[in-house]
Design a protein around this ligand. Sequence first.
Ligand code: PSV
Ligand code: MN
Length: 405
Amino acid sequence: MATIAAVATPASAPAIERIDWAMNGVNVEIPSWGFVNTGTRFRVFPQQGVPRSVFEKIDDAATVNRYTGIAGSVSLHIPWDKVDDYAGLAAYAGERGLRIGGINSNTFQDEDYKLGSICNPDARVRAKAVDAIIECCEIAGAMNAQAVKVWLGDGTNYPGQDDLRWRHRRLVEGLTEAYAALPAGVRMYLEYKLYEPALYATDVQDWGQSLNVVRQLGDRAGVCVDTGHHAMGVNIEQIVALLLAEGRLAAFDLNDKKYGDDDLMVGSIDPYQLFRIAHELVNAMRDETDPVAQACANGTVYMLDQCHNIEPKVPAMIRSVMNLQETIAKALLVDRDALLAAQAAGDVLEPNRCLQDAFSTDVRPLLSELRVARGLPADPYRAYLDSGEEPAKYAARVGGTAASW
Ligand code: PSV
Ligand code: MN
């Protein structure tokens, strides 16, 4: 990804130059599982045209990239995306203009993981879970992927059910073993989530625990912030700022929520929160006085982790990419010089006005201009809906077994 330092423009420059990075620098990673049939614990509503294989999931991700021009990588989930020939699958993605970003481990859907995976009281299950993550490390090597991402559903449902300290010890031991299997240059992201499926105590429950553990693992480990994984009212942008300050913000799983881990389109419920997060990132990218945060922000991965339960999946993914792009563009419009001057003067209100001015700007016409200059549709969402590709896909993907939870 192009670093913003290379494209940073002064606040006096025309707005279109200041938001250029949102078109020509940023990359949004698309999850392979964002196109499959999903639902709640009450019902999965099947949709038409759903991928029947990982190849068709990659086709859908490539479609999102064709329309938006900024979604050049795809994230895979193992075992959902298991194949015999991973190098061949990476080549298939490459032919469609996509790189492989993260390989996501899944140690939450096997019968054995009822009491947890690497924190399980049973050593046999712990070893099986570590092996599953090591397999992801090997796949990452075979696919030239960027990272292995670990999210653990581990935890307990009742006070006293297991020893919380012992579970923590098992967590560090298990991840240390898996981390040792990372191929050169591949990173490990550790995601946290306050609850679910565990309902009382989750073993990697918050950013503090994730940061604590990745520090014990090594330099190539970092924290993944899934925006849907916090309690209501939590100041996520401050978490982002602190992880940047520590040089350990590795990646985002982006989505929006109203109540729980809702996996709605990013920016659809609370666009101002997304803006505040984007501001922390852009602010760090521009901060020449903090090389740690600057490098960290320039290397942060923006992945969408969304499940579109009743809405059509490719249009929802295109809209999500556009929401994120618009939000980053707004953050790029913040007048940093004015912001710093107002902060230094101890002004309570003026810095906030700097943010709200940028947030209130309609960047859509400017982004349309930049898209057209790159040979992309001015409005990717509209263009996709008008293209006829969605019904054509329904007709082409008849029969077989639709991928599903
Ligand atoms: C867990 O809720 C999570 O956010 C993790 O990232 C999983 O890998 C993903 O959802 C699966 O949808
Ligand atoms: Mn996630």
